[in-house]
Design a protein around this ligand. Structure first.
Ligand SMILES: Cc1cc2nc3c(=O)[nH]c(=O)nc-3n(C[C@H](O)[C@H](O)[C@H](O)COP(=O)(O)OP(=O)(O)OC[C@H]3O[C@@H](n4cnc5c(N)ncnc54)[C@H](O)[C@@H]3O)c2cc1C
Length: 309
């Protein structure tokens, strides 16, 4: 109930305008977002790299409603790519198609993606297409499979969410195509007609899809903080003789840093997803919805910090 409420609020732009001006909310966001500009994001990535972790930068922004905004976002992502290359960071980028203008015009979106992917290819940087709510699933996979994958191959990858019933079929097809897949549970509010309502089923489906990808996929990314699933994945690769260079774990900036360090110590590859930018409100609300205890936790630490000043 609380999760659904927080996810509903994540889609209300009028609330964002109010929240963005609020200092407390900004500090709440800073636990999950590496600042509002590229300099702060680069500093966060450098720090992760110095601890043996790779990163994926996400310029926050989604559901863009105007052509000029989508073009501007793609130009900004090109700047992010140039900065990654210039600073020799161990880092790729993650992009949302709705930020590239998918809702405005699919052709505009494809053109913006090509601008990003052409530059990424020149620089040798991988680009991941994030997966958004179910209104975008089919369109995202179509654009990926019909246009981006044939032209950019291993330079581009996509995301599959284990809460969707359709994902088992999608994973099989993507494995057949040799596509690079990130597997996550899914962060949006989806109805039982298309998504498993129970967490147990989402987790079980994650485990099954993870094993398929680890066994037959093209450098899959296992994106979760779920210790049971991570342990299961580690057992599966150990028993199957699957080398650590054939896959990576991924986690979110600011979430389970202890577990992140543990995987690196164990000699496993770990990439941290590092969001930055001014459009942090929907992202923050999704993180709070995943774990409503975060509201109390983050508020508590902000208040403690304020009391010390
Ligand atoms: C690298 C990466 C990329 C992602 N990309 C996408 C995407 O493209 N599309 C999409 O829909 N979703 C994406 N997600 C989000 C994902 O779908 C889940 O919503 C999110 O990862 C929480 O699920 P979980 O697998 O960690 O498991 P859960 O069962 O939700 O959590 C397991 C444990 O992890 C910890 N945890 C989880 N979330 C939080 C949090 N917010 N704060 C603090 N602790 C937490 C808690 O200890 C919890 O008990 C991504 C996640 C990661 C890690």
């Amino acid at each position: 109930m609380l999760r659904a409420g927080l996810l509903f609020l994540s889609e209300q732009p009028s609330i964002f305008r109010f929240v963005r001006a609020n200092g407390l909310a900004k500090r709440l966001a800073s636990r999950f977002v590496a600042g509002e500009n590229l300099d702060s994001a680069v500093a966060a990535v450098r720090n992760l790299n110095s601890h043996g972790m790779s990163a994926s930068l996400d310029l926050l922004g989604e559901s863009v409603a105007a052509e000029h905004e989508a073009r501007e976002a793609s130009r900004m992502i090109v700047q992010v790519l140039d900065r990654i290359a210039g600073e020799r960071l161990d880092c790729n980028v993650s992009v949302k198609l709705s930020q590239m203008g998918l809702e405005v015009d699919p052709e505009l979106c494809a053109g913006n993606m090509r601008l990003v992917l052409d530059r990424a290819r020149e620089l040798g940087i991988f680009v991941r297409v994030d997966m958004e709510g179910s209104a975008f699933t089919q369109r995202t996979l179509e654009l990926f499979e019909r246009q981006l994958l044939p032209d950019y191959g291993d330079g581009v990858g996509v995301v599959i969410q284990s809460y969707l019933y359709r994902s088992a079929r999608d994973v099989e097809r993507l494995i057949g195509l040799g596509a690079r897949v990130r597997l996550c549970k899914g962060a949006y509010n989806e109805p039982p007609a298309i998504a498993f309502p129970s967490k147990g089923d989402v987790d079980l489906n994650f485990a099954e899809l993870m094993e398929k990808l680890l066994e037959r996929g093209n450098y899959p990314a296992i994106a979760t903080h779920d210790e049971a699933l991570i342990s299961r994945g580690r057992r599966f690769v150990a028993e199957g003789g699957i080398g650590a260079e054939r896959f990576e774990f991924q986690m979110l900036y600011g979430v389970r840093r202890d577990l992140q360090a543990e995987l690196v110590r164990a000699g496993l590859r770990l990439r941290v997803y590092v969001p930055f930018g001014t459009q942090w409100y929907p992202y923050l609300m999704r993180r709070l919805a995943e774990r409503p205890a975060n509201i109390a936790f983050v508020l508590g630490s902000v208040l403690k910090e304020s009391a010390r000043r």
